[in-house]
Each structure stands twice: as structure tokens, then as C-alpha cells.
Design a protein around this ligand. Structure first.
Ligand SMILES: [Zn+2]
Ligand SMILES: [Zn+2]
Length: 194
């Protein structure tokens, strides 16, 4: 259930999202995508699946936007999605979530990855016109212009046009675990998504 262009050449793939090259995308705050996904599942009447669900970033992914693994209730997202803005992360998350929702509804019955059950799940998750594949196509110079940092505690990711000059820690973790004060355990560390 992975989204990868070479696997789906027919019908034609969804248009590649265009990136305004002259205007860098806004910096993306560390959003709790797992919480958003769990809420969507609860809303769709699947609290047990919501409970098991994990959403993770995988910096090793290249052109694949995201994957969904039903056996482990795991959704994996490509951090490069951040370059397209939060709307693209959100859409990919719902696309992958629809795979899990469709399968849990189908029970033991085998369903096609992007068949009618998945399309219905997309409707229920608020993306009625979702196409069955999309992929990431980013000029490397765009990636080279971005700087990615990860909180060592919650693994939340931020992306920046300019590198962080000073030590910076994850606000969410500092608030939750250290009364909002800076703590080196939650310092953002640089990583490369390529
Ligand atoms: Zn899919
Ligand atoms: Zn954190």
C-alpha cells in the first residue's frame, strides 16, 4: 500500500504539486499528526484502531509520499512532504489512513488497495476526490535550501529556510515536561531527509 509512481502508470498519475520556487514555503510548526489521525479515526467510529495507530516520519523515504501498514497500524510519512506545506501532509495522512479504515471495515475480506472500500473511506475522511497515487518530485536544490530538525523526545520535525542560530528546543515537550523552560533533552537536532 505504498504510494509510488512507477507502480501506478495507468490511469495517469495525479498532477505533481507545484511549488512556488521564488517563495519558500512557510516554516512548518511541529504538528501532532498522530493526534490528528487518531481523532479522525474516532470520528469515523474506530476508537480501537485509533488507540493502536502510530504515525511516524521516515527520512529514508525517497519518492514515496507515505505508506500504511495494517498489521502494525503504522502510517509512515516522508518528511519531504513538509516542503509542500501542511495541506500536503494532511492529505497524505488521510490517504494512508483511508487504507487502514477500509481494511478494518472489511475485516478478513481481501480488498483492493485503491478499490471502492478505500474510496468510501476517503469520502468519510474528508478527501472525496483523492486520486490513487501521488508522489513527491522535488528539485534537489529546493531540499538543499531547507534545514530539518527533529526533537529527540517526541520526534516532531520542523523545517527552516535558514539554519537555527541558537540552541532551540521543542516547545511542546518543554511545556509538557519542563514547565515551558528550555531543556537540552528536547533540543532540536539537525538531520537530512535526502
Ligand atoms: Zn494508497
Ligand atoms: Zn518534542
Amino acid at each position: 500500500m505504498q504510494l509510488d509512481l512507477p507502480l501506478h502508470l495507468n490511469p495517469p498519475p495525479a498532477p505533481i504539486p507545484t511549488l512556488p520556487l521564488k517563495i519558500p514555503p512557510p516554516d512548518i510548526p511541529a504538528i501532532d499528526w498522530e493526534k490528528i489521525a487518531k481523532d479522525l479515526l474516532i470520528h469515523a467510529g474506530q476508537p480501537a484502531l485509533a488507540d493502536r495507530l502510530k504515525v511516524r516520519w521516515n527520512p529514508q523515504m525517497r519518492s514515496t509520499a507515505g505508506t500504511a501498514q495494517f498489521a502494525t497500524s503504522l502510517i509512515t510519512l516522508n518528511p519531504r512532504l513538509l516542503l509542500f506545506g501542511t495541506a500536503e501532509v494532511d492529505r497524505t495522512l488521510r490517504h494512508e489512513l483511508a487504507h487502514l479504515l477500509a481494511q478494518i471495515r472489511a475485516g478478513r475480506r481481501r480488498i483492493r488497495p485503491h478499490g471502492p472500500e478505500w474510496r468510501q473511506a476517503c469520502v468519510d475522511l474528508g478527501i472525496p476526490n483523492e486520486s490513487r497515487c501521488h508522489h513527491l518530485s522535488l528539485p534537489t536544490r529546493i531540499i538543499a535550501r531547507r534545514h530539518f530538525y527533529r526533537c529527540q523526545n517526541c520526534l516532531g520535525i520542523i523545517s527552516r529556510v535558514r539554519p537555527l542560530k541558537n540552541k532551540s528546543a521543542c516547545l511542546r515537550c518543554c511545556r509538557l515536561l519542563n514547565s515551558g523552560r528550555y531543556d537540552d533533552r528536547f533540543r532540536y537536532r539537525k538531520f537530512s531527509p535526502t
